[in-house]
Design a protein around this ligand. Structure first.
Ligand code: WTA
Length: 651
């Protein structure tokens, strides 16, 4: 791709709407005003180590105190050096001596409608038992345990049981293939596999154990496999290798004190796709990650003890790690988890869940919100959503019109929306409105959290001016940061710390507006270069999504002799007919919204866009299709291969 040498990106977006928190919300919030936020942020920025030191002392349990807050040898960080703590203890035991002991920790609803709840005391007992099961199977501190399960309470129990004894969990999302599991197991040298006989998805059983059987043929390091009975189907059990969860649990004692672990003991590995090449095992450790997940959960979701909190992410993603398990449970929250699909048995399942469980905080992804918009408002209107007080999004930029729909239709113009920018690598939320303090702008993740010091730089590493797009970097280490890529320090160094010396390169482009608000402009690799202007994908896509006929849009560059790159867009419609007239109308619409420069050259209508299994649009594949090339990069993270096939077929 041709690039101007400075790396600056032009902005064409004009979004001027501002939504301050209501006085009612602000008055009860932990952080109540922009001034208060600014004070805390300034104090943290002046001396981040002192700030995190104070937080770590009050928020975590220490079996032994640390002697040094941060040891930084770029790019390797150690936080709370010499201290001993335990994430499972902080999530469970810490509450047992408080009035939260008998508070509900988990509310589970399976896709078929089965329900279970666990209090903190009950969850603690289950975790202790399973930790003893793992120990009895020979698992000890530092061993890697691979988890491939449906979104059921036992997944949370398995994670916390690993954390309890210092084993390192590697959760693999239940939609991945046998090949993907085997690759990850091999890379991590996993010793034990945990899975289930199946899980429910859109009324069908996922054959998890069968997939694991294939994976284990190619995972020589894995010698044991524990199988949860979830759906009750027939599975093959290999003698000596495979054991039923319930049989092992029957014999296990509920007495298992948490192991005091070094602050920097690896807590988990989570594999995330690189744009090409093999997936990276992002490594997070115990104390810094736990502190960061807890603090950011409390700040961003403004957690109160009577909240019913629902993060719709699966534990196969970082969002599930940080904001289903470690953040909310450390904070003593009541967490709803749901096993299945949002459109089973009907498209109103989420709203039905919220109404019945009286959910107060909903945290979901833009891809889900766009699906809800497409499915229509009637599904929402059938339900009473008046318990909701706060909404959140994560995973991609949210187009301003989708934001407005979320605000009106789900939030009834009452609930603040926290658009949270972060990454698997960052461990927790980095930029987000604090809901009682920071007025929101649709499409902006607003401002950095306390202790986080971002900047936007050009390719020489110099800060760019307001409203100039450039590379988003973080200029100072933070406790939740990744500690590396499992087994590959070189790749870690190259990928995140080499292009801009001394700063963490997030891999996203962003701009800061005149009010100091951040706007994420998309992945660095996705920038379009049209007639010497570098344009961001999200701005063109948001202009399209603001047209009433459009449900989703993806913009990519395709080689063009004259302009360098021409703009190709892929559009899914809200049930209207794709016609040439509409195509022209959309071109004019973009021209009117953001200018002639950004007018698409090609518009292709499609029934669906290629997405990762966590719902991100895979623009890389669309770039190949727009250019008429065969896709060469890694496609193992693609959610639905038929989408790619049908797009290729149309050409
Ligand atoms: C994108 C998910 C815009 C971004 C927690 C980032 C976002 C990548 C947002 C990380 C947001 C995530 N606005 N873009 N609020 N949140 N992204 O590792 O490109 O699955 O770098 O972590 O998602 O994705 P990951």
């Amino acid at each position: 791709m041709a690039e101007s040498s400075s790396g600056r990106i032009d902005t064409v977006m004009h979004e001027a709407r501002l939504f301050p928190p209501t006085a009612e919300f602000a008055s009860k919030a932990r952080i109540k005003s922009l001034e208060e936020y600014q004070q805390i942020w300034d104090r943290a920025a002046q001396d981040p180590e002192a700030f995190w030191d104070e937080a770590a002392r009050s928020e975590l349990h220490w079996f032994e105190p640390y002697t040094e807050v941060l040891r930084w040898q770029e790019p390797f960080a150690e936080w709370f050096v010499g201290g001993k703590t335990n994430a499972s203890y902080n999530c469970l035991d810490a509450h047992l001596t408080t009035e939260r002991a008998d508070k509900i920790a988990l509310i589970f609803e399976g896709e078929p409608g089965d329900q279970r709840t666990y209090t903190y005391r009950q969850l603690h007992a289950e975790v202790c038992k399973f930790a003893n099961v793992l120990t009895a199977q020979g698992i000890t501190t530092g061993d890697v345990v691979s988890i491939y399960m449906p979104m059921v309470p036992e997944l949370v129990i398995a994670m916390l049981a690993c954390a309890r004894i210092g084993a390192v969990h590697s959760v693999i999302f239940g939609g991945f293939s046998a090949e993907a599991i085997a690759d990850r197991n091999h890379d991590a040298s996993a010793k034990l596999q945990i899975t289930a006989d199946g899980g429910w998805r859109r009324g069908k059983q996922l054959a998890l154990k069968q997939t694991v059987d294939q994976a284990l043929e190619k995972s020589p390091t894995v010698t044991k496999c524990i199988v949860l009975k979830r759906v009750g189907n027939e599975v093959s059990m290999q003698a000596g290798r495979d054991f039923w969860w319930h049989e092992l649990m029957e014999a296990a004692s509920a007495d298992c004190p948490a192991t005091p672990l070094d602050s920097e003991n690896s807590l988990f590995i989570l594999y995330t796709s690189g744009s090409t090449g093999k997936p990276k095992g992002i490594r997070h450790t115990t104390a810094g990650y736990n502190l960061y997940a807890k603090k950011t959960f409390e700040w961003v979701f403004d957690h109160r003890d009577d909240d019913i909190y629902w993060c719709t992410a699966d534990c196969g993603w970082i969002t599930g790690h940080s904001y289903v398990v470690y953040g909310p449970l450390s904070a003593g929250a009541t967490v709803l988890i749901y096993e299945g699909a949002p459109n089973h048995p009907a498209e109103d399942r989420f709203w039905d869940l919220i109404e019945r469980h009286k959910v107060t905080i909903l945290y979901t992804a833009p891809t889900a919100i766009r699906a809800f918009i497409k499915w229509g408002d009637d599904h929402v209107k059938k339900h009473d959503l008046s318990t909701l007080r706060l909404l959140g999004t994560v995973g991609e930029g949210i187009n301003p019109e989708a934001w407005m729909w979320y605000h009106r239709m789900i939030g009834a113009e009452r609930c603040p929306i926290v658009d949270t920018w972060w990454q698997t690598e960052t461990g927790g939320i980095m930029m987000s409105p604090l809901p009682g303090a920071i007025p929101t702008k649709p499409g902006s993740c607003t401002k950095p959290l306390p202790g986080i010091i971002p900047d936007i730089v050009d390719h020489s590493g110099n800060s760019v001016d307001a409203n100039q797009g450039g590379w988003l970097v973080i200029t100072h280490p933070w406790p939740g940061m990744l500690r590396g890529i499992w087994g590959d320090d070189k790749r870690y160094q190259e990928q995140y710390w080499s292009k801009v010396p001394g700063k963490y390169l997030a891999g996203d482009n962003a701009r800061r507006d005149d009010d100091g608000y951040y706007w994420i402009m998309g992945r660095i690799d996705d920038v379009l270069n049209v007639s010497g202007h570098r344009l961001s994908t999200i701005e063109i896509e948001s202009a399209l999504v603001s047209h009433p006929a459009v449900a989703e849009a993806a913009a990519v560059g395709r080689p063009d002799d004259l302009k360098g790159e021409a703009i190709a867009v892929f559009v899914t419609l809200k049930g209207v007919e794709p016609t040439d007239a509409l195509r022209n109308d959309l071109k004019q619409h973009v021209r009117k919204e953001i200018g002639a420069l950004a007018q698409p050259d090609d518009i292709r209508f499609t029934n669906a866009l290629p997405k990762t299994r966590s719902g991100k649009i895979m623009r890389r594949l669309l770039r190949d299709i727009a250019a008429g090339r065969q896709t060469v990069g890694d496609t193992t993270t693609l959610e639905d291969y038929s989408v790619l096939a049908s797009l290729q077929h149309e050409e």
